[in-house]
Design a protein around this ligand. Structure first.
Ligand SMILES: *Cc1c(COP(=O)(O)O)cnc(C)c1O
Length: 423
């Protein structure tokens, strides 16, 4: 059987795919160049950390003397070029790692400032933007935010603000989350950190790096960030880690975060790895290649949808900062068709039809497609969007390009067939 027969596409979909192949060559070359660089970076970290089979062993109970866990943290230190790292399965997710970072570093009376406008949804109750009895606000920690302007930092307003206020910690989120702004390139991050450090060298700069790891050659800690935080069910888990989060940065800060994660006095010395060490090591080992696959999948979807008359953000020919693609469908039918198609082309639960449902915290129904090995893993091909104007969906992930491609082709096929049936 031919590939065409295996995947059973409408001839129009196949033709469309053939028509974009040439356009993909140039962006793929760029992606592969970054993948090559980051693969060398990871291998260097493995060599420098002298990783061996004994590091796959793990601890139970308190988790004292977990040499595998310590070696993994050394690998992360090497990759991010930081003094310290905390890479733990006791972090439930990226959101939890971000929450622990804020609770670890902020004290009553301190001021937290976001310079990328409203932070990611899961942080609203953590900070107290949305009321919660256990928020930072409930402990007397103040919060303020400065909006982005023209998809960039408001450099002058940030500088003025730092002249007038004593800011303990600046939070900076690179990926757009569920907003429609642009994600922030490493060059812009470098520029704003320089502005901050000139005005207020003691202010801690914390970067939410979710979805951005290994998309570029440099990470925020290499351009002056004090603390960098992310999720292991995204880029750096490589689709292998079953949960977890990481925090890397200056030792004095990472130590404080460890005390908040476990308990004061024990900090980073405890935390059993419970069998996760090998998967964390394999995850980071695969991560540069998995991120490259997710980026190729992103470009393919962008190319096909653009030809069908939809808009994507980033546009096809824009450089990527993260692995997320925003797709505007302008009608609920195409949005749902696309999600159904992604589900049909997933390795797990391909026979399930996603339907829009009510979700806590959302005013509109949301449709989600994800046929993943790990629950909620968004480094695996996944797609979701709320059913409201202008019918936007977010696409991310793809563990291998050649499998994720099938999800995208099936998604586009659903839209094409629906159009044909309506003719
Ligand atoms: C996904 C994400 C988070 C949270 O990570 P989880 O592992 O899903 O909790 C935080 N910030 C941004 C920008 C994200 O994209």
């Amino acid at each position: 059987m031919s590939m065409k027969e295996w995947i059973n596409l409408n001839p129009k979909t196949w033709k469309l795919y053939e028509s974009v192949k040439e356009d993909l060559k140039e962006p793929f070359k760029k992606i592969e160049e970054i993948e090559e660089y980051n693969s060398a970076k990871v291998m260097h970290a493995f060599w420098a950390s002298k990783i061996s089979e004994m590091h796959f062993n793990s601890t139970t109970g308190y988790g004292y003397d977990d040499i595998g866990r310590d070696a993994i943290e050394n690998v992360y230190k090497e990759i991010f070029k930081t003094e310290s790292a905390l890479v733990r399965n006791q972090f439930i997710s990226g959101s939890h790692a971000l929450a622990k970072t804020l609770f670890g570093l902020l004290r009553p009376g301190d001021l937290l400032l976001s310079i990328t406008g409203l932070p990611y949804d899961t942080l609203h109750e953590v900070i107290g933007i949305k009321e919660n009895e256990s928020s930072l606000k409930s402990f007397g920690i103040h919060y303020d935010q400065i909006e982005l302007i023209a998809d960039d930092f408001n450099y002058s307003k940030i500088a003025q603000y730092l002249e007038k206020n004593k800011v303990k910690l600046i939070a900076l989120q690179r990926s757009r989350g569920y907003s429609t702004r642009k994600s922030l390139s490493i060059d812009k991050v470098a520029k704003v950190i320089k502005v901050i450090k000139e005005k207020s060298p003691d202010t801690i700069v914390m970067v939410d790096n979710c979805y951005c790891e290994f998309v570029s050659k440099l990470e925020p800690s290499e351009v002056g960030a004090d603390v960098v935080v992310g999720s292991l069910i995204k880029n750096l888990g490589g689709g292998i880690a079953s949960n977890g989060g990481y925090v890397v940065g200056k030792k004095k800060y990472v130590d404080l975060i460890a005390e908040a994660l476990t308990l004061p006095g024990e900090g980073r010395e405890v935390g059993p790895s419970l069998g996760a060490n090998k998967s964390f090591l394999q995850g980071i080992f695969f991560a540069p290649s998995v991120v490259a696959s997710a980026l190729k999948t992103n470009y393919l979807a962008s190319a096909l949808l653009t030809k069908l008359g939809f808009t994507t953000d980033p546009h096809f020919d824009e450089d990527r900062v993260d692995i997320v693609l925003t797709m505007t469908f302008n009608n609920p039918e195409d949005l749902c068709s696309f999600c159904e198609g992604v589900q049909t082309g997933s390795p797990i639960d391909s026979f399930v039809k996603p339907i829009p449902v009510d979700m806590p915290g959302y005013d509109d129904q949301v449709i989600m497609a994800a046929g993943a090995f790990t629950q909620g893993s968004s480094i695996e091909l996944s797609c979701d969007g709320p059913l409201r104007e202008p019918y936007i969906a977010y696409l991310q992930g793809g563990l291998t390009y050649n499998t994720a491609k099938l999800g995208i082709l099936k998604a586009v096929n659903k839209i094409i067939e629906k159009r044909e049936n309506n003719e």
